[in-house]
Ligand binder design. Structure first.
Ligand code: CA
Length: 714
């Protein structure tokens, strides 16, 4: 009965599910779903993938060997299924009891029969689309968590949803936000330890105070909350730790930017030590001169913090970037492993944060064991092993540092998960060569509802109009270039590397079959030999990939699953430097196995030329004012120079149609249901006209350059 209801609810998806989806009966029924427990996660059967990074150590290593460096050439598509959103997909699927669970943008959750791909149910959290502007980096979601008879995932607007694993029905829901005014978003996957659902949040680009909350998995009741930065001392500190870390902050940090330090992605858990590790993000505002009078370490920004899992009580921390001023988050993936260093077995935690150093720490004590550059870094020469602190480059803080700082705010490595293979002993990092120019900009202090970094950053948003299109693409690839790196964490030395294309390639999966799986933004999905990096298999998947693949096994067959959907930050502000790339958002789940021969449907694309604007481009003064306002309010989504990176509407292509309703769209929210929020609170009528004049001028310039783009024929 319930199954019929689910099928009806999934009819829309099922209709879209093309020939590759088999119609065999679902093998599992409700009684086949065994409760997920901590013991089950720790001792995961070979074929299971029960937690975000497979188990609490977050190694993203599958012990399965049927698909291996010899057999991988026989790998083919078993089935695929469309996902119901058209924004970036960053989720790692989970597999338990023959059911594959995956999240899509905004916090949608879907369940599929893991053998056949038959859709079982779909939960839509119904996030208002104009909430999208409250986040920095697309309405993504990185995954779900399993516990008992429920599956848990957060929605972009900060709700944590507990769903029935059988039906997808909502069992309980909590709003994880401190308040509804501040721009909190949740994109990370929950982790569940000792029956507590652990979840953080994002928002440090726009101005929030970071924290992590633990909720009872059964009831949704809050058990503890750990703040990663101190609040206003006048309101009283929550605990002794807050009082202590407040001594590392100056000025009125709780006012401009509220400190930041959001834990928006990574956690790891050591059940034996009963320690939960929290990866903490950047400061808000970014610029320490505004945030903290230009001084202080500003704990726990850019730190790994270990807390007692049952209480959230502080145990130790290591700060990767004291007094962060460049968006150098330490929210990047953390991996636990037991490795021999100088012949001595050590329990380590490893991280490659944005700042470009690869850190190996003792995870019991927090002792720094090694820190070496894994990508080009010039903000610091090295990490002093006596003090554990980076030795910063001369002039870095006073603004006399010449030229480009490496890495850029996008980092030498971002959220894309790493992988550690105990078999090769190597850590694989989906890294990036990156750099940016940061110039102080205090003009926008305390502005609401938009990025609040107190920097003008080049070339993230805008390049001079005179730079030819081809040169922009080269510029983009020079400043944001994917590199896949294999490092030996025992020696902290690189073993091999493979150069990639523009921006970061996808997250990683390593397997005991000596394989390493990764996709890229140009739509190629590859398997390499994990020991050498040699490409052994690849397939064209038609659209960009960002998420990590995973692997599972059922009835003696090994599968590789990957969720596809290009977007994220690479799909938003970088239009001026990404060039005319064929990055198309196709959102779907793809599952591979040996000998399978399903085919993806062909994607029809048409070339569209940028039309000549028919509207008057206003005065020089209007266009100059419009340019500044556009960079302030619009370019993070619609792209520098009003050139969209592809995910959000390119206004230049639509200005002739939108011109008449411009005021209603920009100020009154006429397109709020499509994601464009009402901006009347920030933008006056004449300012909206100035922005329009700038867009018309950018459309004219683009038209004269003969710009065109590829769009899917729908
Ligand atoms: Ca950030």
């Amino acid at each position: 009965m319930m199954r019929n209801v689910q099928r009806a609810a999934c009819a829309a998806i099922a209709v879209l599910c093309l020939s590759a989806c088999s119609r065999e009966p679902v093998a599992n029924n409700e009684s086949d779903l065994q409760p997920v427990t901590g013991t089950r996660i720790v001792s995961a059967e070979q074929g299971e993938w029960l937690s975000h990074g497979r188990d609490y150590a977050e190694q993203r290593f599958s012990p399965l060997t049927q698909i291996n460096d010899q057999t991988v050439k026989e790998l083919g598509l078993a089935w695929f299924a469309p996902l119901p959103t058209r924004r970036g997909i960053e989720a790692t699927p989970l597999m338990a009891d023959g059911v594959l669970y995956v999240t899509a943008s905004w916090g949608h959750v879907l369940a599929f029969d893991a053998r056949s791909g038959e859709p079982l149910w779909h939960f839509d959290p119904k996030v208002p689309k104009d909430y999208g502007v409250r986040g920095c980096c697309d309405a993504v979601n990185r995954g779900a968590a399993l516990w008992g008879d429920k599956v848990y995932a957060a929605s972009y607007d900060g709700r944590l949803n507990a769903l029935d694993r059988n039906t997808g029905e909502l069992v309980w829901q909590v709003d994880t936000r401190l308040n509804t005014e501040d721009p909190y978003t949740v994109t990370g996957a929950p982790r569940i330890v000792n029956g507590l659902v652990i979840i953080g949040n994002g928002g440090a680009e726009l101005g929030v105070r970071g924290y992590v909350t633990a909720y009872d998995a059964e009831s949704g009741e809050q058990r503890w909350r750990f703040f990663t930065v101190p609040g206003n001392p006048a309101e009283g500190f929550e605990d002794a730790t807050q009082a202590r870390i407040a001594k590392t902050w100056y000025g009125q940090w709780w006012e401009n930017g509220k400190g930041g330090g959001t834990a928006w992605d990574s956690f790891a858990f050591d059940p034996a030590l009963n320690l939960l590790y929290i990866g903490v993000g950047n400061g808000s505002s970014w610029n320490r001169k505004i945030r903290s009078e230009g001084k202080g370490d500003n704990l726990f920004l850019s730190s790994i913090v270990a807390v007692k899992a049952d209480t959230g009580e502080y145990v130790w921390h290591y700060q990767t970037t004291p007094g962060d001023s460049w968006d150098y988050t330490a929210t990047q993936h953390m991996i636990l492993a037991d490795i021999a260093i100088d012949g001595e077995p050590r329990k380590v935690i490893m991280q490659a944060p944005k700042n470009g150093f690869f850190y190996v720490l003792d995870r019991e004590s927090g002792e720094l064991l090694s820190a070496e550059k894994y990508m080009p870094v010039n903000w610091a020469s090295h990490v002093d092993m006596e003090t554990g602190r980076p030795v910063e480059a001369p002039g870095l803080r006073d603004g006399s540092f010449p030229g480009m700082i490496q890495p850029a705010p996008s980092g030498a490595h971002n959220w894309q998960p790493m992988s550690y293979s105990p078999k090769t002993g190597l850590v694989y990092i989906p890294a990036m060569v990156s750099g940016a120019i940061y110039a102080d900009d205090f003009s926008a202090k305390d502005r609401g509802g938009v990025w609040n970094t107190n920097y003008a950053i080049a070339p993230m948003l805008e390049v001079p109009d005179a730079v030819p299109v081809e040169q922009r693409a080269q510029m983009g690839e020079m400043l944001l270039k994917s590199v896949l790196v294999a490092r030996d964490p025992a020696s902290n030395r690189e073993v091999w590397r493979a150069e990639g294309g523009y921006f970061s390639s996808s997250g990683l999966l390593s397997t005991a079959g000596n394989l390493l799986f990764q996709g890229d933004l140009d739509g190629i999905f590859r398997a390499r030999a994990a020991d050498t990096g040699k490409v052994l298999w690849q397939t064209d998947v038609q659209g960009g990939l960002m998420a990590s693949p995973m692997s599972y096994s059922l009835d003696g067959e090994q599968y590789i699953a990957v969720a596809q959907g290009w977007g994220g930050i690479s799909g938003l502000p970088y239009g001026a430097v990404s060039g005319p790339r064929n990055m198309i958002n196709i959102s779907r789940l793809m599952v591979y196995k040996l000998g399978a021969e399903a085919e993806l449907p062909s994607v029809e694309v048409t070339e569209q030329r940028l039309p000549k604007p028919t509207l008057e481009p206003g005065t020089d003064e209007q266009r100059a004012e419009g340019r500044e306002l556009f960079n302030l309010y619009c370019s993070v989504c619609h792209g520098g120079n009003a050139i969209s990176a592809g995910l959000i509407s390119d206004l230049r292509y639509r200005i002739n149609d939108l011109g008449d309703s411009w005021q209603a769209i920009v100020r009154d929210g006429a397109m709020a249901s499509l994601g464009m929020p009402a901006r009347g609170e920030f933008v006056s009528e004449s300012e909206a006209e100035a922005i329009k004049a700038y867009v018309i001028e950018q459309a004219r310039l683009g038209h004269e350059r003969g710009e065109k783009r590829l769009v899917p024929a729908r």
